[in-house]
Design a protein around this ligand. Structure first.
Ligand SMILES: C[S@@+](CC[C@H](N)C(=O)[O-])C[C@H]1O[C@@H](n2cnc3c(N)ncnc32)[C@H](O)[C@@H]1O
Length: 316
C-alpha cells in the first residue's frame, strides 16, 4: 500500500487530495467577523499561500471575487484544475508582494502558511491591501490525528513522539515550523483589535490509505524523501505497521476493504476507518482601525522564513 502512495504522483496533487479543507464553522466565524466590521456587499477576498485552493474555494460563496496566490506554480495549477467557481482567480505571487491595488480587499486569509512568510513585510502588505475595517485571518491546524477510542495516548505518541520527533527530527523540518507547533501564539499581530479562536475541531472519516497519504504531504516527510529516498518508504511502512498494530488490524484487512465497492467501504468506515481530528486556531483582526507597529519580536524568524520563500514547494 505504501509503495502505491509513492508512485509518480506530484506533491501538489497529493496535497490537493489528502489535505483537509478549512471547516465550515471556522469560515463562518471569519465571515461573521468581516461582516461585523464591513458592510456588505463583500467584493474581494485574498487568500495567500493558497496551495491547491482548499482555503480559497471556501470563500467564494461570500465574496464577489476571490484571489488565491501562491509561490508554487504546481500548487496554482492544481488549484485552477479543481476550481469550479468563476468568481475565483489564481496567481503565482508572493504574499509579501501581492499584485493587487491598495485598499482593494476586505479580507486577507492565510491558511496553514503564516509560518512560511516574512511576517514583517507581509503585515505591511496586509495594511496596504485592506480597505478600512478590513480583516486579516491567520489560521492553521496541528497534525490530523486518528481518533481511536481507548488508544488515543498510543496514537498520539506514535504520531508526535515516534514519527515527528524521533524519525523526522534530523533537520527535515524547517525551523519556523515551531510557530505552527505553538499554534501561532508567538506571532505578534501588529494590530490592537484581535480575536483568537481555539475551539474549532474538524472531525472527518476517511480511508486508512488517505491518512498515510496525508503524512506524505508533510514538508518534513517530503524533505526526508529528498535527502534519504531509500529511508522514507521504510519509515512510512513502519509507521503504518505500528498504527495497524494499535488499531488491531492487519494490512490485508485494510487492502481488502479499500479495494471493495462503495457499499463495503461504508462498513469499512464503520468498523475500521480513522476519524481524523484537526484543531484549528485562528487570529483575526481588522486591519484599518489601528496603527501599524513594527514587530521586533518576530525578527528572529525573518532570516529563516526569507530563506523558505525561495523554496516553492514548502508546505507545513
Ligand atoms: C501548507 S500550504 C497551505 C495551503 C493551503 N492554504 C491550505 O490551507 O492547505 C503552504 C503554502 O504556502 C505557500 N507559500 C510559502 N511561502 C509563501 C509566500 N511567501 N507567499 C505565498 N505563498 C507561499 C507554499 O507554496 C504552500 O503552497
Amino acid at each position: 500500500m505504501v509503495s502505491r502512495l509513492f508512485s509518480g504522483a506530484e506533491h501538489a496533487a497529493l496535497y490537493s487530495h489528502f489535505r483537509p479543507s478549512p471547516p465550515k464553522e471556522l469560515v463562518s466565524r471569519i465571515i461573521s467577523y468581516v461582516k461585523e466590521k464591513i458592510r456588505p456587499p463583500l467584493s474581494h477576498a485574498l487568500d495567500v499561500g493558497c496551495g491547491s485552493g482548499q482555503s480559497t474555494r471556501v470563500l467564494t460563496p461570500y465574496f464577489e471575487k476571490v484571489t488565491g496566490i501562491d509561490t508554487s506554480v504546481a500548487q496554482i495549477d492544481e488549484a485552477v484544475k479543481k476550481e469550479k467557481s468563476n468568481k475565483s482567480e489564481y496567481k503565482v505571487a508572493y504574499a509579501e508582494n501581492v499584485p493587487l491595488r491598495n485598499e482593494s480587499v476586505q479580507l486577507v486569509s492565510a491558511s496553514q502558511c503564516a509560518h512560511w512568510l516574512n511576517l514583517d513585510v507581509f503585515f505591511k502588505e496586509v495594511h496596504r491591501l485592506l480597505v478600512p475595517g478590513g480583516v486579516v485571518a491567520l489560521y492553521g491546524y496541528l497534525f490530523t490525528e486518528p481518533v481511536v477510542q481507548g488508544k488515543q495516548e498510543a496514537v498520539h505518541s506514535l504520531l508526535w513522539d515516534w514519527l515527528y520527533r524521533e524519525q523526522l527530527s534530523q533537520g527535515y523540518w524547517a525551523p519556523q515550523r515551531v510557530l505552527l507547533d505553538n499554534c501561532f501564539r508567538d506571532i505578534i499581530l501588529p494590530f490592537s483589535d484581535t480575536v483568537r479562536v481555539e475551539d474549532i475541531i474538524l472531525k472527518r472519516r476517511d480511508l486508512f490509505s488517505n491518512y498515510l497519504g496525508y503524512i506524505i504531504t508533510w514538508s518534513g516527510f517530503r524533505e526526508l524523501q529528498k535527502q534519504k529516498p531509500e529511508l522514507a518508504p521504510q519509515i512510512l511502512q513502519e509507521f503504518e505497521s505500528r498504527l495497524l498494530h494499535i488499531l488491531q488490524l492487519s494490512g490485508s484487512q485494510v487492502s481488502y476493504y479499500e479495494s471493495t465497492l462503495l457499499s463495503s467501504q461504508v462498513s469499512y468506515y464503520e468498523s475500521t476507518l480513522l476519524s481524523s481530528q484537526v484543531s484549528y486556531y485562528e487570529s483575526t483582526l481588522p486591519g484599518s482601525q489601528v496603527s501599524y507597529h513594527e514587530s521586533t519580536l518576530l525578527g528572529s524568524h525573518l532570516a529563516t522564513s526569507t530563506r523558505s520563500i525561495s523554496r516553492a514547494s514548502l508546505c507545513d
